[in-house]
Write a protein that binds this ligand. Structure first.
Ligand code: SF4
Length: 190
């Protein structure tokens, strides 16, 4: 494990552990306030993210930012956002289990340094990888899980909300649950 962000990021940026390194434009390490108490974890970069080297940009990123701002969260201020895999899977396919397994230690190291109180899994792949492989995102979104003193909450991916706008109300409720949990256990977020 690397003990500081600079060392971790500079080593991660050179990673060639899986084949996704061959097709990436940019590795997407993560973005946001590294001293915050809340980490959001998606599944992996898409086309825009790969082009810009930033997580959750483009239409789904804008929607996520708008919904976060409703509960006074922003990546500029009080959260950090990253992904399970740091390089884009071609054609935006789901990251393969072996790619997730090879990449997950970068995320573990991010969590080790940041020590978030709450981790929000954005989407099915992230929830199944870091919370519970049996999670059903349509049923279990917005629920809290506690593992090793960290609170986890899965929520629906904003790309899914763009396809099914009626799900926005479900995510709004997830985020209200999250806001309540932040008020209960976080000291520096609001
Ligand atoms: S996806 Fe992860 S494991 Fe694969 S090359 Fe990128 S950083 Fe390394």
């Amino acid at each position: 494990m690397f003990e500081n962000w600079e060392e971790l990021e500079s080593n991660c940026l050179k990673c060639t552990k899986c084949k996704l390194c061959e097709t990436r434009t940019n590795l997407v390490f993560g973005y946001g306030n590294k001293n915050s108490e809340i980490m959001f974890v998606g599944e992996g970069p898409g086309e825009r993210e790969d082009a810009m080297g930033m997580p959750f940009v483009g239409r789904s990123g804008k929607l996520l930012d708008a919904m976060l701002s409703e509960i006074n969260l922003s990546r500029e201020k009080n959260i950090y956002i990253c992904n399970i895999v740091k390089c884009r899977p071609p054609q935006n396919r789901d990251p393969l289990p072996e790619e997730q397994d090879l990449c997950i230690n970068w995320l573990r190291n991010q969590v080790y340094i940041m020590k978030p109180k709450i981790i929000v899994s954005v989407g099915r792949i992230s929830a199944m990888k870091i919370i519970d492989p049996n999670i059903k995102i349509t049923k279990d979104h917005g629920k809290f899980y506690v593992k090793k003193n960290t609170v986890f909450m899965p929520t629906i991916h904003p790309a899914s909300l763009l396809r099914n706008p009626s799900q926005k109300e479900l995510v709004r409720q997830d985020f209200l649950n999250l806001q309540q949990k932040i008020l209960e256990i976080c000291e520096r977020t609001y």
